[in-house]
Design a protein around this ligand. Structure first.
Ligand SMILES: *[C@@H]1O[C@H](CO)[C@@H](O)[C@H](O)[C@H]1NC(C)=O
Ligand SMILES: *[C@@H]1O[C@H](CO)[C@@H](O)[C@H](O)[C@H]1NC(C)=O
Ligand SMILES: *[C@@H]1O[C@H](CO)[C@@H](O)[C@H](O)[C@H]1NC(C)=O
Ligand SMILES: *[C@@H]1O[C@H](CO)[C@@H](O)[C@H](O)[C@H]1NC(C)=O
Ligand SMILES: *[C@@H]1O[C@H](CO)[C@@H](O)[C@H](O)[C@H]1NC(C)=O
Ligand SMILES: *[C@@H]1O[C@H](CO)[C@@H](O)[C@H](O)[C@H]1NC(C)=O
Length: 511
C-alpha cells in the first residue's frame, strides 16, 4: 500500500517536472535588465517562467494557449490562470522561435521571421531601466533615474486582457475582451457596460450593450469635468467606481462583501459573455459575483444567437423566422453590412436582407436601446426601414415607444401582444440566387464550418486543459507532501495555505 503511494508520488513528481519543463535548476529572475534576452524553450510543456514576483505567486513567461499557440502571459502559479496576456487576439504558433528581450522596453520577437510580435514600445514613448513583476501581478517597466522611487514607464495593469485583479485600476482607456473578443466590458462616465462586439469586417454595426451597471453615487458624486472615472476590485469584496480616491461613487458588492475574506480577487469577462468575480481560496477560484445570473439566461447573448427569440426562464431558442440555410437562424456575421443594408432597390431593404415582422417579441435589453416616441407601428417601422444603420425596431403599442436596434436582432424575448417587431434578417439564399455569386454564400457556409470546427477544437482544448489542470493539482499536492517530508516536517494537512504557492514555485522551478 505504502509502496503504491510512493510510486504514485514519484510519478506525480516526474509529471510536474515534465509539465513545467526540462530546464530544471534555472532560477527565475526577479528583474530584467538592459540587454537580457530569453528564448522560448519548447521543452516546457505549458509555461516557461521568465520573471517572478517577490512572493513567488506570479510569473511572467511563455504560455501555451489552446494547446498549439504561444502567448506571453502573467500567470497566477497556484492555479495556472493567466491574469494578463500580451497578444490574446493573435497568439503565435507554439513552435515559434520566440524570444523575450528587454531593451528599455519588452520585446516579444519571432527570431526566425525577424519580426516583433509585441512590444511595450508600441504604447510607451519612454524607455526604462528594468522590468519587474510586482506582488500584485502588475508587470512594470521602471525608470530608476536618480530618485529613490522609480518612475513607471509602462505597466500591464493599463492593458488588461479579459481579467482585472484586485488593486488594478480599470479606466475608460482600457477594454476587457472575452478571450475570443466577441464580448467587451467598457467604462462610461458613470457606468460600466457589457457589449457584443461587432466582427471587425462589419462596418456600420454597433456594439450591442447587454448589461449596464450605473453608479449609485451614494457616498460620492460623479461630476462632469471632474476627471475620468475608474473602477477597481477592492480587498473587501466589491467593485468600486471612483472619480477620485476616497469614498467610492459606487459599490458593487460581491457575495463575500465585508466578510473579512482576505484573498486574491479577480474579475473576468468569460467566453460566454458573463462577467464574474472570484477569490483564490488556496485551492481554487471561488465564485463571488455573477453579473447575469442563471435565471436571466435570456440576457446572455450566447444563450441564443442572432435572429432568435429566447424563452424565459428556460432559455430555449426559437428562430425569429425560418432559417434560410438549415444551419441556424441565418448568418449572424454579415460581411459588408453598410452597403448591403441600403441596397439599390430604393425603399425596400436591399438585396441581401429581408424584413420580418413579429408580434409579441421585445428586446430584453430595451432599457439600453435608443428609443423615441412614434405615432404607430408603421411609423416606427418606417424609421428603421429607411435607415441604413438600423437592424430592427420594436413598437410598444401601449406606450407609443419605438425601440431601435443598430445591430442584427438578438437578445429578443417574448413580450405581450402589443409589442410589434420589425427586423432585417440576412438572407443567405437570396445572396446565392441574385447573381452575387454562389461563391459568397458558400464562402459564408465555409466560414460557418470553420467556426464550427474551431468550437470543437476549443472544446477539446478546454477538456485537455482540465485534465492537465487536474493532474497538475494532484501532482502539486503530492509534491507538497514530499516537500514537507524533505524538510523534516511531519506530513499532514497543510495549515498555511498562504505558502502553498511558494512551495509550488520552489518545487517546480528550483530543482
Ligand atoms: C506587496 O508589496 C508591498 C510593497 O511593495 C507590501 O507593502 C505588501 O505587503 C506586499 N504584499 C504581499 C502580499 O506581499
Ligand atoms: C490607481 O489610481 C489611483 C488614483 O489615480 C492611484 O493613486 C493609484 O496609484 C493607481 N493604482 C495603480 C496600480 O495604478
Ligand atoms: C482558441 O481557439 C478558439 C477556436 O479556434 C478561438 O476562438 C479562441 O480565440 C482561441 N483562444 C485563444 C486563447 O487564442
Ligand atoms: C416558415 O415555414 C413554414 C413552412 O414552410 C411556413 O408555413 C411559415 O409561414 C414560415 N414562416 C415564416 C416566418 O416565414
Ligand atoms: C394599438 O392601440 C390602438 C389604440 O389603443 C388600437 O386601436 C390598436 O388596435 C392597437 N394595435 C394593435 C396591433 O394592437
Ligand atoms: C439611423 O439609425 C442610427 C442608429 O440607430 C441613428 O444613430 C441615426 O440617428 C438614425 N438616422 C436617422 C436619419 O434617423
Amino acid at each position: 500500500m505504502e509502496a503504491i503511494v510512493l510510486v504514485q508520488l514519484v510519478a506525480a513528481a516526474a509529471l510536474i517536472s515534465s509539465l513545467i519543463g526540462g530546464a530544471a535548476g534555472e532560477a527565475v529572475a526577479q528583474e530584467l535588465r538592459q540587454g537580457l534576452s530569453v528564448a522560448h524553450d519548447q521543452s516546457y510543456s505549458q509555461f516557461q517562467p521568465v520573471l517572478a514576483d517577490p512572493t513567488g505567486v506570479f510569473a511572467l513567461g511563455f504560455l501555451r494557449v489552446n494547446s498549439t499557440m504561444l502567448d506571453l502571459a502573467v500567470v497566477h502559479l497556484p492555479s495556472a490562470f493567466p491574469l494578463w496576456r500580451a497578444i490574446p487576439d493573435r497568439p503565435a504558433p507554439w513552435s515559434t522561435a520566440a524570444s523575450l528581450s528587454f531593451d528599455g522596453g519588452l520585446f516579444l520577437t519571432d527570431r526566425a521571421a525577424d519580426k516583433v510580435l509585441w512590444s511595450t514600445a508600441a504604447t510607451s514613448a519612454s524607455a526604462g531601466d528594468r522590468a519587474v513583476l510586482l506582488n500584485t501581478s502588475n508587470l512594470q517597466i521602471q525608470s530608476t533615474g536618480g530618485s529613490s522611487s522609480p518612475d513607471v514607464v509602462w505597466q500591464s495593469f493599463d492593458y488588461p486582457s479579459e481579467t482585472i485583479v484586485q488593486s488594478q485600476n480599470f479606466t475608460s482607456a482600457a477594454t476587457l475582451h472575452s478571450f475570443d473578443r466577441r464580448f467587451a466590458m467598457r467604462l462610461g462616465s458613470n457606468y460600466f457596460g457589457l457589449y457584443i462586439e461587432p466582427p471587425p469586417s462589419s462596418g456600420g454595426v454597433a456594439a450591442a450593450m447587454y448589461f449596464k451597471h450605473t453608479a449609485m453615487e451614494a457616498k460620492a458624486q460623479i461630476v462632469a469635468g471632474g476627471g475620468p472615472t475608474y473602477a477597481r476590485v477592492e480587498p473587501d469584496g466589491f467593485l468600486a467606481m471612483y472619480q477620485r480616491e476616497g469614498p467610492p461613487a459606487d459599490v458593487l458588492s460581491f457575495d463575500t462583501f465585508n466578510r473579512g475574506v482576505r484573498a486574491l480577487r479577480r474579475m473576468t469577462l468569460e467566453p460566454n459573455g458573463n462577467l464574474r468575480a472570484y477569490y483564490w481560496n488556496g485551492a481554487r477560484w471561488a465564485l463571488d459575483y455573477t453579473a447575469i445570473n442563471d435565471n436571466d439566461r435570456c440576457e446572455l447573448p450566447t444563450t441564443c444567437g442572432a435572429y432568435s427569440v429566447c424563452a424565459e426562464p428556460s432559455g430555449s431558442c426559437e428562430c425569429l423566422a425560418n432559417a434560410t440555410d438549415g444551419s441556424g437562424c441565418a448568418a449572424a456575421v454579415p460581411a459588408s453590412v453598410a452597403s448591403s443594408l441600403c441596397g439599390t432597390t430604393g425603399g425596400e431593404v436591399g438585396g441581401l436582407y429581408w424584413a420580418v415582422r413579429r408580434q409579441g417579441v421585445e428586446p430584453v435589453n430595451k432599457e439600453l436601446l435608443r428609443s423615441e416616441q412614434a405615432a404607430s407601428a408603421t411609423d416606427c417601422e418606417a424609421r428603421c426601414e429607411r435607415n441604413c444603420s438600423c437592424w430592427g425596431a420594436v413598437y410598444s403599442n401601449g406606450t407609443g415607444v419605438c425601440y431601435v436596434m443598430d445591430y442584427p436582432a438578438q437578445l429578443l424575448v417574448a413580450g405581450d401582444d402589443r409589442k410589434m417587431g420589425y427586423f432585417k434578417i440576412r438572407s443567405l439564399e437570396e445572396e446565392g440566387t441574385r447573381g452575387h455569386g454562389g461563391g459568397r454564400a458558400s464562402g459564408v457556409k465555409a466560414a460557418l464550418l470553420v467556426v464550427g470546427v474551431a468550437v470543437v477544437v476549443a472544446a477539446a482544448a478546454f477538456g485537455a486543459y482540465r485534465v492537465w489542470d487536474r493532474r497538475r493539482r494532484s501532482a502539486v499536492d503530492a509534491r507538497r507532501q514530499i516537500g514537507a517530508a524533505d524538510d523534516g516536517l511531519s506530513p499532514g494537512p497543510y495549515k498555511n495555505l498562504g505558502s502553498f504557492s511558494s512551495v509550488e514555485l520552489t518545487n517546480s522551478f528550483r530543482r
